[in-house]
Design a protein around this ligand. Structure first.
Ligand code: HEC
Length: 120
């Protein structure tokens, strides 16, 4: 009997840990979830061969303010997501997908921008 109970508890734990993470409500935490679920890391983090297609975003919260005169850091980041071709980072191809921000709700887009801004 004890074994059955233990097996049920184990099964329940597996089930809970496999269930998708519920959307976070705090913007930066939500933005981090979106960054991963939208596949941003596929290009912005090194792949198995240590290469990356896009520039590192580890300090984008600071770098963003220096990219285009007249554009604040949040505005630059927002533009980079919804219109990646508007400014192409020197040394990189204009290969970032155009549709990544299209289906985001305004709240989720704000959250993604807030997360990237937090990477100082
Ligand atoms: C298919 C690869 C790819 C994916 C996926 C991708 N990016 Fe990019 N990203 C790039 C490349 C290449 C550049 C540099 C060229 C440019 O400026 O458009 C870039 C540039 C950027 C920049 C400007 C960086 C800087 O230093 O000025 C930001 C911000 C950015 N991406 C955010 C994102 C976010 C957020 C996502 C996910 C929603 C994402 N990217 C998904 C390839 C990608």
């Amino acid at each position: 009997m004890g074994r059955v109970v233990l097996a049920c508890i184990a099964l329940a734990l597996v089930f809970v840990s496999c269930a998708p993470e519920p959307p976070a409500t705090e913007p930066v935490a939500r933005g981090r979830q979106l960054y991963h679920s939208l596949g941003c890391a596929n290009c912005h983090e090194p792949n198995l061969f240590g290469q990356r297609l896009g520039p590192p975003l580890d300090h984008i919260g600071t770098v963003a303010a220096t990219r285009r005169s007249g554009l604040s850091a949040p505005d630059y980041i927002r533009q980079s997501i919804i219109d990646p071709g508007a400014f192409v980072v020197p040394g990189y191809q204009d290969s970032m997908p155009r549709d990544l921000g299209r289906d985001l709700s305004p709240t989720d887009l704000d959250a993604l921008v807030a997360y990237l801004l937090s990477l100082k």
